[in-house]
Design a binder for this molecule. Structure first.
Ligand code: GDP
Ligand code: MN
Length: 378
């Protein structure tokens, strides 16, 4: 789960990290009021769940109070990487002497959290990491020991930070790591952490992504969830208990088991059309789950055809067939559908579907080719 910058700032503050003074507004008038309270110059910042707002024009330093309304209006009317801006942060502008990058994320290869730092923080950090990886310092956190200052110092020294910087930044980075670990984050980032003209270190941006699988341990984060920010169809599918992820293609995919579903997404793509979604009906799915899955797929206007790939183990193919027929009886299926059923009660399933005139395939790849043929090539 992602949260907005203004929410991540609140969390960092609770951990004792110095953050520039800031508020959030939903209208330009509100932004003006808040800016008057802070006193100009202020920074108006788009609150959207993507990075790179600065480069997209969504972060503007405003010198005079009378200009705040106009700038806020403009940013509130923007879309950044397809996401409409519904709120803006109104933040006291800081006099920046230097911008640093601090981050903690999961290093899957080493199976432990890793601290990443750079003296060249700011909007070009991706380029720094890609072109001059030696300018990124890092060190791993031992999950059994937790975070200790020496681990943080190791990261900073390996990133070429000066002794004075290490002294000032270590306490902040320790707090950031604690926050990452306590809150089950997947990413906790400060980019940039700045040294102000007065020599203080302060966060002027905040980003945290939480691990969805750990959300049950963090009821305090429920308040940060914004339904409007998540895909409406995904929410509907999740409410039905379906493991559904929306993608950008045209082939609606239903399968059982995450591995088979992912392989089926690849098969659709290999056959020439991208998948519209991931949908895993899971092991032992009953007819109603299959029927619900079909109803979700048909609500996606991008779906031009449906590919069902089920391997019957615990799941019975005749139960899946019943679900397809039940779903088709209630829904208006106006796109082609190709079905591949293998395994437990395969024959019974096929018999049921054959009577209704459905299109079959014996292999997943063949089914993928057929559905792409029926939809037409991209
Ligand atoms: P991002 O582009 O989404 O990462 O948004 P940031 O909050 O990191 O802002 C982008 C850039 O705007 C920063 O790297 C700074 O260079 C600049 N910026 C943001 N806040 C301030 C501020 O208070 N004062 C000044 N002078 N520049 C700022
Ligand atoms: Mn940033």
């Amino acid at each position: 789960m992602k949260v907005h910058e203004y929410q991540a700032r609140e969390i960092y503050k609770q951990y004792g990290i110095a953050v520039s003074e800031g508020y959030v507004a939903e209208t330009a008038d509100q932004a003006h009021e808040l800016a008057a309270k802070i006193d100009a110059p202020v920074v108006i910042k788009a609150q959207v769940h993507v990075g790179g707002r600065g480069k997209a024009g969504g972060v503007k330093v405003v010198q005079k109070l009378e200009d705040v309304k106009g700038v806020a209006e403009k940013i509130l009317g923007m879309e950044i990487k397809g996401l409409p801006v519904k709120k803006v942060g109104v933040v006291r502008a800081v006099d920046i002497d230097h911008e640093y990058y601090l981050g903690v994320t999961l290093d899957r290869e080493n199976r432990r959290p890793v601290i990443l730092v750079s003296r060249e923080g700011g909007v070009d950090i991706e380029e720094v990491a890609a072109k001059t990886p030696e300018k990124i310092g890092r060190s791993a956190i031992d999950p059994l020991i937790g975070v200790e200052p020496y681990v943080v110092r190791k990261a900073l020294y390996s990133g070429g930070f000066t002794a004075e910087e290490v002294k000032g930044i270590t306490p902040i980075l320790v707090k950031l790591c604690k926050c990452y670990l306590d809150m089950d984050a997947q990413l906790a980032e400060i980019n940039p952490l700045v040294r102000t003209a007065d020599g203080e270190f302060m966060a002027i941006d905040a980003k945290i992504d939480f691990d969805d699988s750990a959300m049950f341990r963090h009821k305090e984060l429920d308040a940060f969830k914004e339904e409007s920010e998540t895909d409406a169809l995904e929410s509907e599918a999740h409410a039905l208990g379906l493991a559904y992820v929306r993608l950008s293609g045209e082939v609606g995919v239903i399968g059982n088991g995450a591995g088979l579903v992912m392989a089926t997404l690849d098969m659709a793509a290999a056959a020439g059309r991208k998948p519209a979604n991931f949908l895993d009906i899971g092991g032992g799915a009953r007819a109603d789950v299959v029927a619900n899955s079909l109803s979700i797929l048909l609500k996606d206007p991008n779906v031009k055809g449906i590919l069902i790939n089920v391997f019957g183990g615990i799941t019975r193919c005749d139960e899946v067939a019943k679900g397809i027929i039940e779903g088709a009886g209630k829904l208006d299926i106006n796109v082609p559908m190709v079905i591949r059923l293998k395994g437990t009660n395969e024959k019974e399933g096929k018999d049921l579907l054959e009577k209704e005139g459905y299109t079959f395939s014996d292999s997943g790849m063949e089914a993928a080719r057929k559905i792409v043929e029926l939809i037409g090539a991209a």
